[in-house]
Ligand binder design. Structure first.
Ligand SMILES: [Zn+2]
Ligand SMILES: [Zn+2]
Length: 349
């Protein structure tokens, strides 16, 4: 299937129109016309090859919402016209015990990412959602529940599941004390999801200027990391801290904010941190953990959860040809919402 997308031809190159082919439909494949694709900070990381795992030409995008246009003969769950979604994964071994438990993101034999990942079926590398069409194995296609606004659902596929999974893993429930560091794509979803679970949510930000935004999203309060007396007063007051900062940073100011047995979960930064001090960990049995997106069942769960609780990401819709400017704003931290590309804007090519 011939299609069009936007690709970076080399490291740091601006994204530009790119014609390529999607694989021929296999028996268990679903062909999707992409309607919307979210812009994740990791798209920018990969175009810059910050993590050393990019491959060029690179078509980013792993927050995909679209409509089924064709299904293979063995496809059971979807038919033409269904509203569907694809997240960060498009394949895994399906036989290891992690896959069997629905934790495909921890597949023992290596999963296939939606883009810039070696494609075990077609060969070459996978191309992501900054494109008109995608072909994905049925197992890795998610259903968009009725009632969820298609134009705003895309960021749930990465920002949503990345924060939902640790909230579930660490048992957040009514009355849990949750802090969220950062209020970008991941952070703002963490606030909304934790709030819907009944948690008492605090946003931790460098300064107090995001106070109103934090409260509007459902946080009880904002804690300014620059306010040392407020930070001292907040010692030992959280069960869980979700750290969404996507660059190297210092977690030492945050560890003492955890109560005994509390956990700080890293979901944004892949790579080094400033050296952590062990004292607050040992004096308080506090933990530092990480968490990677979520498996297919949990990703379906967060989509359904968002539909039930009427949670939608805060989106700023852009045209495909505005992506380079959007990347610049993302790099500058000049957005407290998620960019979503309206793929109808690709029709002009
Ligand atoms: Zn992402
Ligand atoms: Zn596996």
């Amino acid at each position: 299937m011939k299609t069009i997308g936007y690709a970076a031809e080399s490291v740091n190159a601006p994204l530009a129109p790119f014609h390529f082919e999607r694989r021929k439909l296999r028996a268990d494949d679903v062909a999707i016309e992409i309607l919307y694709c979210g812009v994740c900070h990791s798209d920018l990381h990969n175009v810059r090859n910050d993590w050393g795992m990019a491959a060029f030409p690179l078509v980013p995008g792993h927050e995909i919402v679209g409509r089924v246009i064709e299904v293979g003969p063995n496809v059971q769950r979807y038919k033409m016209g269904d509203n569907v979604a694809v997240g960060c994964l498009v394949d895994s071994c399906q036989t290891c015990e992690q896959c069997e438990q629905g934790h495909e993101q921890y597949c023992r034999n290596g999963f296939t990412m939606t883009y810039a990942s070696p494609d075990p079926i077609s060969g070459g590398m996978t191309y992501g959602g900054y494109s008109r069409h995608i072909v994905v194995r049925e197992k890795f296609v998610l259903s968009v529940p009725a009632g969820l606004d298609l134009a705003r659902a895309a960021p749930i596929l990465c920002a949503g599941i990345t924060t939902f999974s640790p909230l579930r893993t660490w048992g957040v429930t009514a009355g849990s004390r949750v802090a969220v560091i950062g209020l970008g794509g991941l952070g703002h979803m963490a606030v909304k999801l934790a709030n819907a679970m009944g948690a008492k949510v605090t946003v931790i930000s460098r300064s107090a200027d995001k106070q109103d935004a934090a409260k509007m999203l459902g946080a009880e309060q904002l804690l300014a990391a620059s306010d040392s007396s407020a930070m001292q007063q907040a010692a030992a007051s959280f069960d869980l801290i979700i750290d969404t900062v996507p660059v190297k940073h210092d977690i030492n100011p945050y560890l003492p904010l955890l109560d005994v047995d509390g956990t700080l979960v890293l979901v944004g930064q892949l790579g080094p941190l400033e050296e952590p001090l062990t004292m607050p960990m040992i004096f308080g049995r506090r933990r530092i953990a990480g968490s990677l997106i979520g498996g297919l069942p949990e990703t379906q769960e967060v989509l359904d959860f968002c539909a039930t609780h009427n949670i939608l990401p805060e989106c700023e819709m852009i045209r495909m040809d505005e992506i380079n400017a959007a990347f610049e704003r993302l790099a500058a931290g000049d957005i407290s919402r998620r960019f979503v590309i309206d793929m109808a804007s690709l029709q002009d090519y």
